[in-house]
Each structure stands twice: as structure tokens, then as C-alpha cells.
Design a protein around this ligand. Structure first.
Ligand SMILES: Cc1cc2nc3c(=O)[nH]c(=O)nc-3n(C[C@H](O)[C@H](O)[C@H](O)COP(=O)(O)OP(=O)(O)OC[C@H]3O[C@@H](n4cnc5c(N)ncnc54)[C@H](O)[C@@H]3O)c2cc1C
Length: 402
């Protein structure tokens, strides 16, 4: 039993189903509606650790992730994601000035050479081929995915059961604890009067922010989870260029991260989704202050972008992670165990395959047998929809007087 249908729960569901396990995912809202559908879709391969020169043992595990995603996206991997949309098979790092030598030395190191390459002007992406740009550009072999199509593809496995539930009526009951082999009884309802109780060999909670309440319910400490807020910005309108990547400065974190999203094929409504330091530092700003700040950032970093007819919005959203000492950023996925359930946070979209490996090892310790027959009664249970990305939600788009 998996609770929470974001990337972490759905990747795990697909892996377990491929191994012949009976697996059910319970979702209280829409598929991926927490962080996954709001993510920028970047499948990190560790390049950003170059910015801090921090290619530690732990962070090295992220280097293997892009190859696993690529195989899945080609339909040749551990799961078949060949129907998910790849927005870009590479992205860019750029800087208005020369990058600090510690970064360029690191990019040139053998460990990074296959993934980061300095570009001469003729090969700059069109946005950065403008005569007004005189900085440096690197091409990074890290892809960017369309999160809604990824979620739809993950959830679409034949035989997979992703069920919509009312979270206020979800209860985990582990009378004897997992050591007894009796499993955990999960009580749930569709919110419209239909109830079910399933005995699961193992329960895995991948409910993102929802893991807090589930931890408390199972008698574990909700402090096992931490939130790090972001103030993300959306800008839409007749944006001529698509761009995926990070604008760097001397600091260790990207000043601005941009992903680009076409809106139902309408060029007039292309969206740039803005994160990076803008979003991290922006949590102290009001929505309007954040929009004004973002507009000044674009005007300063990409002054040739025509601001006419652009519309803006900003919103707060938490990254949710396993708690770390001094609220540090985890380098890897985090799993917390209790007798009733395993609680997991991938830390990054990119880490979903590694998190699934580690969860499967723990699930196998708990589950002695499967209970396939029980699932048939759920065939007509309501199914959740896939969540909409933030730019398609109802928003208050803000325009500036010219
Ligand atoms: C703005 C933003 C941008 C990001 N960009 C990137 C990026 O570019 N690259 C990257 O690698 N990572 C990125 N991340 C991080 C990444 O998105 C997350 O690490 C990842 O999506 C978390 O997935 P998850 O499945 O754990 O949680 P979520 O995606 O939050 O899914 C949890 C699911 O559980 C459901 N749920 C909650 N409570 C309950 C309950 N009680 N019962 C049933 N269901 C419940 C929710 O409705 C939701 O569908 C970004 C994060 C944010 C916030």
C-alpha cells in the first residue's frame, strides 16, 4: 500500500508491480498535485554540486540517475515511460561575466567532462545569441521533463490501482507490528460513503507534505520532516524563446533558474517558470514585491527580452524533505521507519529511482506474501485525475502599465 501519488509513490508502484507485487496507491487530491506537478522537471545529474565543489560520496549517487531516467523514457528501462514528454534533452548554464575559476576548473575535470561543455558563440541558444550578451554559456547534458505527462504516464500502468480517497478517513492499524507478519490494516473511504479495509504487507507513505499528519497518526515524530519554502514566479505572454537552465553568478547557487512551457501549443501564451535564488530569497517578499523583483531580474539579466504584454504571478510552495541536522538540504532521498509504515521523501524528482531501490529492499523485509485477490473489489473505486501545472490553475495574472 502506497499513500501519495507523486513521483515517489508512482515510481515505486511501477517497480513493485513489475516485480509481481499487488500494489495499491491512495491519493487524496490529484495525482502529483503537491510538489511533482509544480516542479521545474529538471533531472539533475549532479552538475549543480559543481557550484559548491561538493561532489561528495552521497551526492555522487545522483550521477547515475539521468541514465536510469533516459532508459525509462526510451522504453528500455526498469519501467516504461516512453509516453512522457521530454521538454529538452539538455540545458544551459550561463553567466554574464566569466565564471569563477573554481567552477570552470571543476567543469573541466574528467568526472564532469562528458556532461558539461563550454559553447562558442555560434552554438549559444537563441536567447543568449543576442548581441547584448557577452558572457559564457555551458551546455549541460541534463534533461527537462514535462511533469504532467510524466505523472500521467507513471499512473497509467496496466493493472495499477491509484484510488482517490478522503484523507480525513484514512487510518493505519497495525495491531501486532510488522515483525509478526500480520501486516497493517488500512481503512479508507472515497468520501462518498464507500469504505474499504485492506491488509497490506507493507505501507509506504510518499505523501510529501501529507507525511507530517501520517507520521503523527502512526505515533512517529512529525519533526522527521522539514519544509523549505520557495516563492516561484510565472511569466507568460509572447516570449519568443524557450530556455532551460540556470543563470550563474559568483555565488554557489543559481541566481535564476528558468524552464519554458508551451501552453496547449499557443505561442502567445508561452510560460517561463522562474526559480533559483529568486525563489529561495523571495520567500520574505509579498507576492507583488516578488513579481516586481522578478521583472527587474529579467530586465537586468536578459535586457533584450521585450516586457510588453507579459503577465506575471508568484506563489509560495514548500519543498518537503526528510529532516536534517540544522535544516541542511539533504543530498539524497530520506526514509524514516515506524512499525506501521515507511515514510519517504525523494528530495529531488531525479532521485525517484534510487528511492524506489531503497524502499523495495525495506518492503521485501516486511512483506512475506502478497494478497492479490483482495484488490479485485476495488475495480470500480473512483480514480484521481492528474493535477494541472501551476500556470494552468486559476491565477491572478498581473500586468504592468507600459
Ligand atoms: C517549486 C519546486 C520545483 C522543483 N523543481 C525540481 C526540479 O526541477 N528537479 C527535481 O529533481 N526536483 C525538483 N523539485 C523537488 C521535487 O519536485 C520533489 O522532490 C518531488 O516531486 C517530491 O515528490 P513526492 O512524490 O515525494 O511528493 P509530492 O509530489 O508532493 O506528492 C505527494 C502526493 O501525496 C498526496 N497526499 C498528501 N497527503 C495525502 C494523504 N493523507 N493521503 C493520500 N494522499 C496524500 C498529495 O496530494 C500528492 O499527490 C522541486 C520542488 C518544488 C516545490
Amino acid at each position: 500500500m502506497i499513500i501519495g501519488a507523486g513521483v515517489a509513490g508512482l515510481w515505486l508502484m511501477r517497480r513493485l508491480a513489475a516485480q509481481g507485487r499487488s500494489v495499491v496507491v491512495l491519493e487524496s487530491r490529484k495525482i502529483g498535485c503537491g510538489q511533482t506537478v509544480a516542479s521545474q522537471g529538471i533531472i539533475h545529474g549532479g552538475t549543480k554540486y559543481a557550484l559548491t565543489n561538493r561532489l561528495t560520496g552521497a551526492s555522487e549517487s545522483i550521477r547515475e540517475m539521468p541514465a536510469r531516467w533516459s532508459a525509462a523514457l526510451r522504453g528500455e528501462g526498469e519501467i516504461d515511460l516512453s509516453g512522457a514528454r521530454v521538454l529538452a534533452d539538455h540545458q544551459y548554464l550561463w553567466s554574464q561575466r566569466s565564471l569563477p575559476s573554481r567552477m570552470t576548473t571543476f567543469f573541466a575535470a574528467s568526472v564532469m567532462q562528458t556532461r558539461v561543455r563550454a559553447l562558442d558563440r555560434a552554438h549559444h541558444p537563441t536567447l543568449l545569441a543576442h548581441e547584448g550578451f557577452s558572457g559564457s554559456v555551458y551546455r549541460v547534458e541534463e534533461m527537462v521533463l514535462d511533469a504532467p505527462s510524466l505523472l500521467a504516464e507513471l499512473a497509467a500502468a496496466p493493472g495499477a490501482a491509484v484510488l482517490r480517497i478522503d484523507e480525513s478517513q484514512l487510518k493505519l492499524e497495525s495491531a501486532a507490528g510488522h515483525d509478526s507478519g500480520d501486516g497493517v490494516t488500512v481503512h479508507f473511504s472515497d468520501g462518498a460513503g464507500r469504505r474499504a479495509a485492506l491488509r497490506a504487507g507493507a505501507v509506504v507513505c510518499t505523501a510529501g507534505a501529507g507525511n507530517g499528519a501520517l507520521l503523527a497518526q502512526s505515533g512517529s515524530k512529525p519533526q522527521a520532516m522539514q519544509r523549505r519554502p520557495l516563492h516561484m514566479v510565472l511569466v507568460r505572454g509572447p516570449l519568443e524563446h524557450r530556455i532551460y537552465g540556470h543563470c550563474l553568478e559568483a555565488g554557489s547557487r543559481p541566481r535564476l533558474t528558468i524552464s519554458s512551457h508551451d501552453w496547449d501549443g499557443q505561442a502567445e501564451r508561452r510560460v517561463w517558470y522562474l526559480g533559483g535564488e529568486l525563489a529561495e530569497q523571495g520567500v520574505r517578499r509579498s507576492r507583488i514585491e516578488q513579481i516586481e523583483w522578478a521583472r527587474r531580474e529579467i530586465a537586468s539579466l536578459l535586457p533584450w527580452v521585450d516586457p510588453a504584454r507579459l503577465e506575471w504571478d508568484a506563489f509560495l510552495i514548500d519543498r518537503v524533505e526528510g529532516a536534517q541536522a540544522k535544516r541542511a538540504r539533504p543530498d539524497e532521498p530520506v526514509i524514516v521507519e515506524s512499525p506501521a509504515a515507511l515514510f519517504a521523501w525523494p528530495t529531488k524528482l531525479a532521485f525517484a529511482p534510487l528511492l524506489a531501490d531503497r524502499l523495495i529492499a525495506r518492503v521485501n523485509e516486511r512483506v512475506a506474501r502478497t494478497a492479490a485477490g483482495e484488490l479485485e473489489s476495488l475495480a470500480h473505486w473512483p480514480r484521481p485525475e492528474v493535477a494541472q501545472p501551476p500556470w494552468k490553475e486559476q491565477r491572478q495574472w498581473h500586468t504592468f502599465e507600459r
